[in-house]
Ligand binder design. Structure first.
Ligand code: SF4
Length: 72
């Protein structure tokens, strides 16, 4: 059975919040009977997206509030 999980893609320093953040991908891992199929990325997010949205300065596209950005 396929499994949907969040995986950390990278850790980077963000100047907007002044600390390290995790950039994460939501992926669907293939079922066991389809081992050659690569994982599918459904969405991306930042671990500090909520804190980022509470600040007055504009954030990057990973904050999750940009209606023009299709995360799927
Ligand atoms: S969402 Fe905010 S905290 Fe996360 S990387 Fe973008 S600007 Fe930095």
């Amino acid at each position: 059975m396929a499994e949907k999980i969040w995986q950390v893609e990278k850790i980077k320093y963000c100047e907007h919040v002044g600390e390290e953040v995790f950039i994460e991908n939501e992926v669907v891992l293939p079922a066991e009977f389809l081992p050659d199929q690569p994982p599918r990325v459904l969405a991306r997010r930042c671990s500090h997206g909520i804190e980022c949205n509470m600040m007055e300065q504009p954030a990057c596209s990973l904050c999750g509030t940009n209606p023009d950005l299709d995360l799927v």
